[in-house]
Design a protein around this ligand. Structure first.
Ligand SMILES: Cc1cc2nc3c(=O)[nH]c(=O)nc-3n(C[C@H](O)[C@H](O)[C@H](O)COP(=O)(O)OP(=O)(O)OC[C@H]3O[C@@H](n4cnc5c(N)ncnc54)[C@H](O)[C@@H]3O)c2cc1C
Length: 442
C-alpha cells in the first residue's frame, strides 16, 4: 500500500533542449532543480513515476542534525536553515516545524555513543543536550517506561513527506523548471566525450549536464553506462495513525519504535533499526563493500528473495535506448509492509504510551532505503564523464538533508562556490577508496 502523497500537475511534453536534465523527482532531484531554476539555469526533471512517489513520501519526516555522521553536519545545518524559510519561500505548506527531537534508551552503549557524538557536534555549534534518567522521563510525558538517559536536540524538527517535495516541485516550476512525470530516462548520450543529451521513453532531450537523482535506481542507470556506484537497499516498514492525543509535537526515538507527530494530529511510526535485506544479484556482487554496515545492522534484519531479484533496481537487467527499460516496468517501487513489524510497532506504541491504546492505523507501507558503504551520500561530478553529476545514496537521511543537498548539487553543476565543503561527498571515493570511511551513525 502506498503512503499518501500530494499529486501535482506537471508538464506533458519533454523539452527539446535544456542546460541540465535531472533524473528523478524525489527530494534530491527536486531540491536541486529548485536551486538551479532559482539561479536562472534551465532545467528539466524527468520522473518515471510520480513526484515523490518513492522514498521521499515514505520516510518518517525527521529533519535532524542529531546523531548525524559528522561529515554530514554542515550540510544538515545548511538544510535546516533552508527548511526554516521554505513555507514562506514556496508559499506552500511543507509541514516543517522546529519542534526538537528526543532520543531515549536503556542501553549504556547508546548513551555513550550520543555523549561522544555530542562532543563532536559542539565543535559544529549544534545545540544537543544529554538527558539524565529523570530528564528523559520529564521530556517524554505519558511514556510508561523509565530510561537510563537520552538526548534532546531543540533546533531539529519535522516536516511532512506527503507535502514537502510537492511544495518544492511547484516552486521549482514557478521558477522556470520543467517537470515531466510518467517518463523514464533510459540512457545518456555523449558527444566528444561530454554529456550531450538523455534518451527518455518520449524522445531525446539535449543538455550539457545530467544529474542522476534516481534514489534506489541510481546504481542501475549508472552501471548501464559503465559507472560503478556502490549502493545497497533495505526494505523498511512504517505506518501512520489517525489523529490521537498529543504525546509529543516533534519526534521521539526509542530502541524499538520511533514516532513523529503529524500536522493532522496523527503519528508516523517506524521500527527502529529493523528492516528486510532483499537478496539480489548486485547485492551479492558488492557484498564485500557493505560488510561493515551489515555487521552493525544484522541483528535488526530479516532476509528475502522475491521480485526484486529479477526486475528491481539491483537486478542484472539489460536494455537498449530504443527498448522498454526496467524503469518503465516499475513506475513506483512500492514494496509490501511487513505485517509482523506492523503488529510489533502498534504493540510497542501502546505499551509505551497507554494513552494511545486503541489507536487506529490509517495506512501502512514499505519503503526501500538505499545506502552507500560509508552511509553518506554522493553529491558530486563524475570526473571521468564530463557533464555527469550524481546526488544519491542518502542512506536513510536524505529527506531532512535534502534542501541542503539540492543547493550543493546546484553549486557544483553551475560551478558556483560550494555552500559547504563537497569533499566528503565526492564520487571518486567509490572508485579509489581513499576516503571511503567506515559507516558513521546508521
Ligand atoms: C522508511 C523510511 C524512513 C526514512 N526516514 C527518514 C527521516 O526521518 N529523515 C530523513 O532525512 N530521511 C529519511 N529517510 C530517507 C529519505 O526518505 C531518503 O534518503 C530520500 O527521500 C531520498 O531521496 P531521493 O530523491 O534520493 O530518492 P527517491 O525519493 O526515491 O527519488 C528517486 C526518484 O527517481 C525516480 N527514478 C529513478 N530512476 C529513474 C529513471 N531512470 N528515470 C526517471 N526517474 C527515475 C524514481 O521513480 C524516484 O521517484 C527514510 C527512508 C525510508 C524508506
Amino acid at each position: 500500500m502506498s503512503p499518501p502523497v500530494r499529486r501535482i500537475v506537471t508538464y506533458d511534453e519533454i523539452p527539446h533542449s535544456v542546460d541540465v536534465v535531472v533524473v528523478g523527482a524525489g527530494m534530491a532531484g527536486i531540491s536541486a532543480a529548485l536551486s538551479l531554476a532559482s539561479r536562472g539555469t534551465s532545467v528539466a526533471v524527468i520522473e518515471k513515476g510520480i513526484v515523490s512517489g518513492e522514498q521521499s513520501c515514505r520516510n518518517w519526516g525527521w529533519c535532524r542534525q542529531q546523531n548525524r555522521d559528522p561529515r554530514e553536519l554542515p550540510l544538515a545545518q545548511l538544510a535546516l536553515r533552508i527548511w526554516r524559510d521554505l513555507n514562506r519561500q514556496t508559499g506552500e505548506e511543507t509541514g516543517f516545524r522546529e519542534t526538537g527531537l528526543v532520543y531515549a534508551s536503556n542501553k549504556a552503549a547508546d548513551i555513550a555513543t550520543w555523549e561522544k557524538w555530542g562532543r563532536i557536534a559542539q565543535e559544529f555549534g549544534v545545540d544537543t543536550r544529554m538527558l539524565s534518567s529523570a530528564e528523559a522521563k520529564e521530556k517524554l510525558p505519558g511514556n510508561s517506561r523509565s530510561w537510563l538517559g537520552g538526548v534532546y536536540s531543540p533546533t531539529d524538527g519535522r516536516a511532512e513527506p506527503e507535502l514537502a517535495v510537492a511544495a518544492l516541485a511547484k516552486a521549482a516550476m514557478a521558477a522556470g523548471a520543467t517537470i515531466v512525470q510518467n517518463c523514464a530516462v533510459r540512457s545518456f548520450e555523449t558527444s566528444a566525450g561530454r554529456i550531450s543529451g538523455v534518451v527518455t521513453e518520449r524522445g531525446l532531450i539535449r543538455c550539457q549536464a545530467v544529474l542522476v537523482a534516481g534514489g534506489a535506481w541510481s546504481g542501475m542507470l549508472l552501471r548501464h553506462h559503465g559507472v560503478k556506484f556502490l549502493q545497497a537497499s533495505v526494505k523498511s516498514t512504517s505506518f501512520y495513525t489517525k489523529a490521537a492525543e498529543a504525546v509529543t509535537e516533534g519526534g521521539i526515538f526509542t530502541p524499538d519504535v520511533t514516532l513523529r507527530r503529524r500536522l493532522d494530529g496523527g503519528y508516523t511510526i517506524g521500527l527502529s533499526g529493523q528492516g528486510q535485506l532483499q537478496i539480489t544479484p548486485w547485492g551479492l556482487l558488492q557484498a564485500k563493500a557493505f560488510w561493515r554496515t551489515f555487521q552493525i545492522r544484522r541483528k535488526g534484519l530479516t532476509y528475502s528473495i522475491g521480485r526484486s531479484f529479477f526486475d528491481g533496481p539491483e537486478s542484472m537487467a539489460k536494455w537498449r535506448a530504443d527498448s522498454v527499460s526496467p524503469f518503465e516496468r516499475i513506475r513506483i517501487l512500492d514494496p509490501e509492509p511487513d505485517p509482523h513489524l506492523l503488529a510489533k510497532g502498534v504493540r510497542k506504541l501502546q505499551e509505551y504510551y497507554p494513552a494511545l491504546t486503541g489507536i487506529t492505523v490509517a495506512q501502512s507501507w514499505g519503503g526501500i532505503v538505499d545506502s552507500t558503504p560509508d552511509a553518506i551520500p554522493v553529491i558530486s561530478p563524475v570526473q571521468s564523464r564530463p557533464g555527469l553529476f550524481i546526488t544519491s545514496g542518502f542512506s536513510g537521511h536524505g529527506f531532512g538533508i535534502g534542501p541542503g543537498a539540492g543547493q550543493l548539487a546546484a553549486d557544483l553543476i553551475r560551478g558556483d562556490g560550494p555552500s559547504v565543503d563537497p569533499k566528503p561527498f565526492r564520487y571518486e571515493r567509490m572508485i579509489d577508496g581513499t576516503d571511503l570511511g567506515k559507516p558513521g551513525m546508521l
